[in-house]
Design a binder for this molecule. Structure first.
Ligand code: SF4
Length: 353
């Protein structure tokens, strides 16, 4: 056995069905260096008309499978608690109607760590908010400053502590490849974020988006993004660290969108439409390498890598790349990848055939 995530496959909490409402850059005090929300969210036009938003929610609800777990209505794309209190209440009042009807179980939103304060927490306390995501990005103050975030790592630590006292489920979003950051810096951020014990994290490699302040730095040669392969290796290490700490990694890389596939919008950076799959593929190859090192197989060895059926494609790798690489590296004539539904999702076993 090369690597084991102790949680049984069935025990991983079922992901909620999330109905997103995008409020691009709503409540933002300024624009962070890497940000261009209209591009990130697929150029969705800002729309706060309640009737129109309600029609969107009704449309989304049609896609919910009958046995799906909880349903959440989520405000994404901006700094939710940075909006004026009246605007926050207006959105929550609109959303709470779906909870009262029984169509939605709870609400969630993303916000900056420096918006978490006694007044904002008091404002939302009476609403059925279940999950709050914080845009942490880094736990290094120099990196935060060069990324024009306008908050510090201490803001994040204090925000998480206040949210925990209020009993919210907490998600933390972090980034790799930020200006002034390094792989070692990202690993330090991973350690610091894991120590805060959020329920889940999202990891986004920095991309150079047209119209963002970073685009000007890139054009002037002041910012060079990391390569895709380096970013995949780094995020794979981070995934292993979070998973070992029992923290779910719910997203790696930005959601694919026509905007991101368009070089007029995405100028540079480690973008891949299936970035998360690429990372998991790297993780499972590393796990197989550890197992094979341990076994020290000979060319005559007939071996099988057994994984949960949901991990077959990432174990095999894009264009069967993992299988080919492992066979070559360990001079194996026979190496098969087999599905074993009894295995936990993130476990791999190396066996003789
Ligand atoms: S990164 Fe977040 S806080 Fe910064 S400008 Fe974009 S939406 Fe606003």
């Amino acid at each position: 056995m090369a690597y084991e995530d102790k949680r049984p496959a069935q025990s991983a909490p079922q992901r909620p069905f999330i109905i997103p409402v995008f409020l691009p850059q709503a409540g933002c005090p300024h624009r962070c260096a890497f940000c261009n929300q209209p591009t990130i969210s697929g150029n969705i036009r800002p729309n706060e008309d309640p009737a129109r938003l309600s029609r969107q929610v009704d449309h989304f609800l049609k896609f919910r499978r009958p046995k799906r777990g909880t349903t959440q209505l989520a405000f994404f794309g901006g700094n939710f608690l940075g909006m004026a209190p009246k605007r926050v209440s207006r959105h929550l009042d609109w959303a709470v109607a779906f909870v009262r009807q029984g169509a939605v179980d709870s609400l969630r939103f993303s916000t900056r760590p420096d918006t978490i304060a006694p007044e904002t927490l008091a404002l939302i306390r009476e609403y059925p908010v279940g999950t709050i995501e914080l845009g942490v990005q880094s736990m290094n103050d120099q990196v935060l400053s060069r990324s024009r975030r306008g908050h510090t790592a201490m803001d994040t630590i204090q925000a998480v502590s206040q949210l925990k006292m209020e009993g919210y489920e907490i998600g933390l979003q972090i980034m790799t490849g930020l200006p002034g950051d390094s792989p070692a810096g990202a690993i330090a951020t991973t350690n610091a974020v894991a120590a805060l014990a959020p329920a889940f994290v999202r990891i986004y490699p920095t991309l150079v988006l047209a119209g963002s302040p970073l685009a000007a730095d890139h054009a002037a040669g002041r910012y060079l993004p990391p390569k895709l392969a380096e970013s995949i290796d780094l995020v794979a290490r981070m995934w292993l660290m979070f998973t070992a700490a029992g923290i779910r990694v719910v997203r790696m890389g930005l959601q694919d969108s026509p905007c991101l596939a368009d070089r007029r919008h995405l100028l540079a950076g480690p973008y891949h439409p299936a970035f998360g799959e690429q990372v998991l593929s790297r993780v499972f190859r590393s796990m197989a390498e550890v197992g094979l090192e341990h076994l020290r197989p000979s060319a005559a060895s007939r071996l099988a890598l057994r994984v949960n059926p949901r991990r077959l494609s990432v174990m095999t790798g894009p264009r069967r790349g993992n299988l080919v690489r492992l066979r070559e590296a360990y001079h194996l004539d026979r190496l098969r990848i087999m599905a074993d539904p009894t295995l936990p999702l993130n476990q791999l076993e190396v066996d003789n055939l």
